[in-house]
Design a protein around this ligand. Structure first.
Ligand SMILES: [Zn+2]
Length: 190
């Protein structure tokens, strides 16, 4: 095992700080830096004043396909794809840069949470790399949207051009519940 240089370590700490400030979970930090779990926990606490949330990351591809997350995920992945193709960046650097541009586009309210967290965005890129998700071109607007790779996506229509109405029971039940409490403010929390 080679001894880590001080410069490399300083760069990794810098990267971890940036990731934590963007909302990264511990699993993301552990897989993108070689810093020990103890150091990462300490760093996290120092920056955020609290311990990182425990528990596993959400690993399902389905979240990215649901209506509102799909629009945010598609926006992010298009920015990411553009940067990888045109800005000669890759890996975590591309994810971070694309995520910052995504935040500029969606401008979450001060103190509010963006629909797509950094950890979700990072997971999304991994789902693309493992070819579980891909983009399909909307036959109406021509935009590229996140879809399951194994679904039939010819003649695909995106969630903006076609609001979900063909909807199964779950959706119907949710809409009934929503109209019953129409005055309740909409929440972006999943
Ligand atoms: Zn469309």
């Amino acid at each position: 095992m080679t001894k880590k240089s001080v410069v490399t370590e300083a760069q990794e700490i810098q990267l971890a700080i940036e990731l934590i400030n963007l909302g990264a979970r511990l699993q993301l930090l552990e897989s993108e830096t070689s810093l020990s779990r103890e150091r990462l926990l300490k760093l996290y606490k120092e920056l955020k004043g609290v311990s990182p949330p425990k528990g596993m990351l959400p690993f399902s591809t389905d979240w990215f396909i649901t209506w509102q997350p799909n629009i945010h995920s598609s926006l992010f992945i298009n920015i990411h794809k553009y940067l990888v193709e045109h800005a000669q960046i890759s890996g975590i650097e591309a994810v971070m840069k694309a995520y910052k541009l995504y935040l500029e586009q969606v401008e979450p309210e001060p103190g509010g949470e963006p629909v797509l967290s950094l950890t979700r965005a990072w997971t999304l890129v991994r789902f693309f790399e493992s070819k579980m998700l891909e983009t399909a071109c909307c036959s109406k607007c021509g935009g590229e949207f996140v879809v399951h790779r194994l679904d039939l996506n010819h003649d695909y229509t995106c969630g903006l051009c076609h609001m979900p109405s063909r909807a199964g029971k779950t959706r119907k039940a949710r809409e009934d519940a929503a109209s019953a409490s129409a005055s309740a403010p909409a929440s972006t929390q999943a």
